[in-house]
Write a protein that binds this ligand. Structure first.
Ligand SMILES: Cc1cc2nc3c(=O)[nH]c(=O)nc-3n(C[C@H](O)[C@H](O)[C@H](O)COP(=O)(O)O)c2cc1C
Length: 198
């Protein structure tokens, strides 16, 4: 069975990106996947301390909610990241979760196959984001971060859905197609993964 993990990065529960994620996960479920949702703000996730311990052991020595997350982000077939734009980047809580994957980067550099080969070749990602500004360039910084995150996790990019001029909580519901597109993207993600597993 295709395993999908969705990461809700925004501190605004049921905000715009969270609504998009719920649709995408709904679409993934309809397509037959098992889905797991991580709400970053409900977990205790400290920022990377740059201590360098992971360079020695490949393990992060910070003892917090990340322990339960590594298994999902390294073993799922599909990852859906949903996070808003804050100051031209991802919001801090989401970025902290990403930075804490430094230990995964270390393990890869040291030659370890962090994800088994069969799963690895099927891995795909979806990025969902909203920004308040009337400017599509608002996403430029975040896209670079997501590129690197997916690259470290051996995820081939599948799709991104970016909506600008979306500011108030729930404003995404007034967009003519966003929620429908997110549901379809979740469904397509699973179909694409299933195809690559054949
Ligand atoms: C601290 C903060 C910083 C923000 N910075 C930007 C920004 O740089 N560019 C932009 O277009 N929108 C910015 N926004 C607006 C959010 O991206 C927008 O409201 C988004 O839809 C929120 O998504 P959410 O409901 O999922 O949290 C910012 C909002 C906050 C609270």
């Amino acid at each position: 069975m295709v395993k999908i993990v969705g990461i809700a990065g925004s501190p605004r529960l049921n905000g715009n990106t969270s609504l998009l994620l719920d649709e995408a996960l709904g679409g993934a479920k309809e397509a037959g996947a098992s889905v797991n949702k991580i709400i970053v703000c409900n977990r205790e996730i400290y920022p990377c301390q740059g201590c360098g311990d992971c360079r020695k052991t490949g393990e992060c020595t910070v003892d917090d909610g990340m322990d339960k997350i590594y298994g999902l982000t390294t073993q799922a077939h599909g990852i859906i990241v949903a996070a808003p734009i804050y100051f031209n980047s991802l919001n801090a809580q989401m970025k902290a979760l990403i930075d804490r994957h430094q230990c995964i980067w270390v393990r890869k550099v040291q030659g370890e196959d962090v994800t088994d080969a069969e799963t690895r070749q099927a891995r795909r990602g979806l990025f969902l984001s909203t920004a308040g500004a009337d400017d599509p360039r608002a996403f430029d910084g975040a896209l670079k971060v997501i590129d690197m995150f997916f690259d470290v996790l051996d995820i081939k990019y599948y799709e991104r859905l970016l909506f600008f001029r979306i500011d108030q909580k729930g404003a995404i519901k007034n967009h003519p197609s966003a929620l429908r597109n997110a549901r379809a993207a979740g469904e397509h993600l699973v179909l694409e993964i299933s195809r690559s597993m054949e």
